[in-house]
Design a protein around this ligand. Sequence first.
Ligand SMILES: [Zn+2]
Ligand SMILES: [Zn+2]
Length: 109
Amino acid sequence: MALEDRTLSCRDCGGEFAFTAGEQRFYMERGLLNDPQRCPTCRATKRRERGDDQRALTTVVCASCGAQTTVPFVPRLDKPVYCNSCFVKARAATNGTEPGQSGTITATP
Ligand SMILES: [Zn+2]
Ligand SMILES: [Zn+2]
């Protein structure tokens, strides 16, 4: 299915914002069926209000090479945590499926 950029309106400020094909793919890959309700600016504001941006980095030890790395979340105990480079390797080895957690900070939509 071909994806096209769409223009949505923000329910908070009423402004229009682009829901790009890349973002739509990002949503679909995560099984998110609903369109984003807010423009990026209002999403960032909401996130700040919830305190998500102030999450403390957790220092962890890479499950593969033993190097210390920091992750912007509290790691789950049932999954290995990798440093950035090992995460890339592990992801390549598992053919793109989620091998665990890493210090990679991915952009949230
Ligand atoms: Zn807005
Ligand atoms: Zn490592």
